[in-house]
Design a protein around this ligand. Structure first.
Ligand SMILES: Cc1ncc(COP(=O)(O)O)c(C=O)c1O
Length: 494
């Protein structure tokens, strides 16, 4: 049979790879701007063309993407991007991620990505070690051990983990396991019988609980209506007495208290809930403790912030992001679970066409069947930084946040909007004759439009404020000063 060259691989591969190397190298430099400059219609028009009838040579495709994206890229790889909670991609992580795309492993089944599966398992173990959580990396149903009849497992017969697309996915995986555990406790196999067979239940989280936790509960059929919003204190952390009162209230009303979702690092202010005290309460009432530590799980690596997450190791499940403080490219987070057997039971299953190999089948630990080799870029980041490098990175970011906090406190027209003990600083521009709310919204928008720095806002106690989250490996003292200067410049010009 004659060999046919498919359109999609037509062209000069060497030229394409040489071009990739050049553009990739340039992309590893800090971006010229912190924010994109073009608006939605302009960018859409650049891409908006009919589906091409014919293919184009491989060496021309990336150039077109690069050109059309120009002016429309967020500057999240730079040190002056303070929006949301966003890490910059470490070069080692970006390079390894690019290579994993080319070797295209499917980590869902061992035979489809043998080395990928083994690397991910080892990396999950490293992450657990780094964060001081009971050892993970035993996915594959190797765990044995018994669970107490009433509460979640308190020993760690075999912890496990899962790389998902981010903290939202990790929260959803963790809460699915919690839901399965709760069903078991009440004689319901939720995998078969569904949530309709569960008794009425309650979940507890602070008033600052992240939207993704609500979304996870909605996706799992529990509904966010089962969440009791527990008041926060002046530090924006969950109050413990109202938590106990809410649990007692539910018990009296015949509603089963099920899960507490505590936060290590809440997204608005970086505050952490009192994890040790909450773990005591969970133990007393036999509740599942899930900790959403998307970025705050790393607080334990900085001496000053470590006390804020004491007790995190007692969680039954823990969510952590990769693309925040680990500074890997977007699309990676992970869940760590105390009980590998329960984790496997939640998602396990097979089908006639799924032909196993000698290792773990990771589709049995999450929602996805096929998935990319996400853990490789995390492995690369940990190889590049080492334990000491991650500690240094986290400590430096918290120190820079303290520096920004001090600049704000010293400035006559800036004030802190919330305590800033970690890597997030919320502050306002204040001046007589300028309306606080409107001015602060305008400042955030104008600073972003000018584009030399980028930050986002938060609404605290119903009032808008400037919010900077510092977790990029590139951010320096000059960068945080530039942000304060920019806010003042724009504010003074109003
Ligand atoms: C506490 C917390 N949980 C969950 C998320 C959602 O993370 P992702 O965007 O990776 O899904 C975030 C994001 O900022 C967060 O701060």
């Amino acid at each position: 049979m004659a060999e046919v060259e498919l359109t999609g691989v037509a062209g000069d591969l060497d030229a394409a790879v040489a071009d990739l190397a050049e553009r990739f190298r340039a992309a590893l430099e800090p971006p010229a701007r912190a924010a994109a400059e073009l608006d939605s219609p302009t960018l859409r028009a650049r891409f908006d063309e009919p589906l091409p009838d014919d293919g184009m040579p491989v060496e021309a495709i990336l150039a077109q993407l690069d050109e059309r994206s120009s002016g429309g890229l967020a500057g999240s790889t730079g040190g002056r991007y303070f929006g949301y909670v966003t890490g910059a991609a470490l070069p080692a992580a970006a390079i390894v991620e690019a290579w994993t795309a080319a070797v295209d492993q499917n980590v869902g089944m061992w035979p489809l990505g043998p080395a990928a599966v083994e690397l991910e398992q080892v990396t999950l173990g490293w992450l657990a070690d780094l964060l001081g959580y009971p050892g993970a990396g035993s996915a594959g149903g190797q765990a044995t051990g018994t669970r107490p009849e009433t509460g979640p497992p308190k020993a760690a017969p075999g912890a496990s983990g899962y790389f998902g697309s981010g903290a939202t996915m990790a929260n959803t995986v963790s809460l699915a396991v919690a839901r399965h555990w709760f069903g078991r406790k009440h004689g319901v196999d939720v995998r078969e019988e569904g949530v309709r067979a569960l008794p009425p239940l309650a979940v507890y989280g602070s008033e600052e609980l992240h939207l993704s936790d609500h979304k996870a509960l909605r996706t799992l059929g529990l509904g966010s209506g089962c969440v009791r919003a527990i008041p926060i204190d002046s530090e924006y952390a969950m109050e413990v007495d109202p938590l106990v009162a809410a649990i007692e209230r539910d018990r009296k009303a015949g509603v089963e208290p099920a899960i507490v979702i505590a936060q290590a690092g809440s997204v608005n202010t970086g505050a952490s809930d009192p994890l040790d005290a909450i773990a005591d309460i969970c133990e007393r009432y036999g509740l599942w403790l899930h900790v959403d530590g998307a970025f705050g799980a790393f607080f334990g690596l900085c001496e000053r912030t470590a006390p804020l997450v004491r007790g995190m190791e007692r969680a039954d499940s823990l969510t952590v992001d990769g693309h925040k403080w680990l500074n890997v490219p977007n699309g990676v987070g992970f869940a760590l679970l105390r009980d590998a057997e329960l984790h496997h039971e939640t998602f396990g299953g097979s089908a006639g066409y799924l032909t196993p190999g000698s290792g773990a089948n990771l589709h049995e630990f999450g929602f996805e069947a096929s998935r990319s080799w996400r853990g490789a870029c995390v492995w690369a980041a940990l190889k590049a930084l080492g334990r000491s490098g991650v500690e240094e990175l986290v400590t430096r970011c918290c120190d820079l946040a303290a520096e920004l906090g001090a600049i704000v406190e010293d400035h006559p027209r800036l004030e802190l909007a919330a305590p800033a003990p970690t890597n997030i600083v919320c502050f306002r521009y204040v001046r007589d004759g300028v309306d606080g709310e409107e001015a602060n919204r305008a400042i955030q928008a104008e600073v972003a439009a000018a584009g030399s720095v980028f930050h986002t806002g938060a609404t605290l106690e119903g009032r808008f404020c400037q919010r900077a989250a510092i977790c990029s490996w590139r951010t320096t003292a000059d960068d945080v000063r530039a942000l304060a200067d920019e806010v003042v410049r724009v504010g003074d010009g109003l």
